[in-house]
Structures are given as structure tokens and as C-alpha cells.
Design a protein around this ligand. Structure first.
Ligand code: IMP
Length: 230
């Protein structure tokens, strides 16, 4: 069984990834190593940022190799990163890659913003926009990098998933994270935060990107490997 190092500190994402990919893999978390780098997200697209996160982790592991290898890394053969966010048509695709720090864009505060602040800003910008014009989608890009890697040409694969929907008029529900209380996926009259993790993990952008990854994995490793619902 192979071991994947999940390159995210977002507890919710870790839970979703583990729940969807299932028991066919072992997982390690970046938080298992307190000195792991914080990952810069300076790209202009989700694709750029997902790749960037994996490359930063591979670089970090590489620097440890010169010191005899990172303690506790034994068995890790892949690094997996996710970059994701919300695109709202009426806002020209915003918040997009700035989803996590949407509110802080106005204040210049460092780091990510509280979910409640991001949601409040989104609702403020959409005041007066009618229901029919509140189309939006969550997009997720996963980048999977092989470890150990060839420093100049890392073996890296990307998988994308999209979940179409619309933005509600007020927050609803208490599950999930981020923009979940505002997002009605197509075909449902409840938000991600109301639908609960079983439904979300079946239809979400992350579930779809993970299904693409799982299909690729099965083709490469055989049918016994990871779950990932289509
Ligand atoms: P990242 O960690 O840089 O990829 O930022 C992702 C941000 O997009 C999160 O902080 C959330 O604000 C938002 N986001 C991504 N996926 C989801 C989701 O499944 N539900 C709600 N918000 C999400």
C-alpha cells in the first residue's frame, strides 16, 4: 500500500480527501512535521497554485535528503496538494484564487480571512443581484507529485473537478467550511452546509477531482487501489 503526504493544513480538506479516496492508501499530513514550510500560493490559477504547493513540498523534502532524510518520512511515495475556490459569474470569476483571503484583500491583513468575513463580503457584493444571476461554481485542482522526484523534471499530474451552482441570499446550514453555507449545488435546494458530508463528498468539486485522480490511479496501479467515486 502506498503512502500519500497531504500537502494541506486545512482539516476539512484532509477529511474530505481521506473520506473520498478511502482505505486503499496510507496518509501522512504536513502537520505531522511542525517545521514543514507554509506554502506560498502566488499563482494566477488554481492549476498554478496546486503545482506550486507540491513543488514546494518536494523542494523541502529534497533539502532534507542532504541531511540524511526527513525523520518519519519512510514509505511516502506521493505528495498531494489541492487548490480550490469559488468563481462567481456576476463578479467576473471572483473570488477565484483569492477565495481564502477574499475579505483581507480590502484590509491588507496578512493570511487567510475568517470564513464569516469572506461570506459577508460575498453577500455584500451581490446585494441586488437577482437569484437567476447568482451563478457560481467551485473549482478544485489536485496536483500529485512523485517522491522521490527528479529535481529538474518532477513527475507531476493534475486533476480538475467542478461543481456548478448558485449563491444564496443568506447563509444556511452549519456543516462544511468556507463558502458552504452560501452555495446551492445544481439539483439541490439546500446548501453544501445543509446537505452534509455524505452528499457533499459525492458531488463536490473536490470529489470530482479525486474521482479523476482515482481513475488515473486505477489505470496505473490496477483495480485494487483507491476508491474515489465517479
Ligand atoms: P486554498 O486552501 O488556497 O485552496 O483556499 C481554498 C478556499 O476556497 C477556502 O478557504 C474556502 O474559502 C474556499 N473553498 C474551497 N473549497 C471549498 C469547499 O468545499 N467549500 C467551501 N469553500 C471552499
Amino acid at each position: 500500500m502506498e503512502t500519500v503526504l497531504l500537502a494541506t493544513r486545512n482539516r476539512h480538506k484532509v477529511e474530505e480527501i481521506r473520506a473520498i479516496l478511502g482505505a486503499g492508501l496510507r496518509y501522512r499530513l504536513l502537520t505531522d512535521w511542525p517545521d514543514a514550510p507554509s506554502l506560498a500560493e502566488t499563482g494566477r490559477t488554481f492549476h498554478d497554485n496546486a503545482r506550486l504547493k507540491v513543488l514546494q513540498v518536494l523542494d523541502w523534502l529534497e533539502t532534507w535528503e542532504t541531511r540524511g532524510g526527513l525523520p518519519g518520512l519512510a514509505g511516502v511515495t506521493w505528495v498531494l496538494a489541492d487548490d480550490s475556490g469559488l468563481e462567481v459569474d456576476a463578479l467576473g470569476g471572483a473570488p477565484g484564487v483569492d477565495s481564502a483571503r477574499f475579505a483581507a484583500l480590502d484590509t491588507g491583513a496578512p493570511g487567510n480571512s475568517a470564513d464569516a468575513d469572506n461570506n459577508a463580503k460575498l453577500l455584500r457584493l451581490l446585494v441586488g443581484v437577482p437569484v437567476g444571476q447568482r451563478r457560481a461554481r467551485f473549482r478544485c485542482v489536485l496536483a500529485l507529485g512523485r517522491w522521490p522526484s527528479e529535481a529538474r523534471a518532477p513527475e507531476l499530474y493534475c486533476f480538475e473537478g467542478i461543481c456548478e451552482g448558485r449563491i444564496g441570499l443568506e447563509p444556511r446550514g452549519s456543516g462544511g467550511f468556507g463558502y458552504d453555507p452560501l452555495f446551492f449545488p445544481d439539483g439541490f435546494d439546500r446548501t453544501f452546509a445543509e446537505l452534509g458530508e455524505t452528499v457533499k463528498n459525492r458531488i463536490s468539486h473536490r470529489a470530482r477531482a479525486l474521482a479523476a485522480l482515482a481513475a488515473w490511479w486505477r489505470a496505473r496501479h490496477g483495480t485494487e487501489a483507491v476508491a474515489g467515486q465517479p
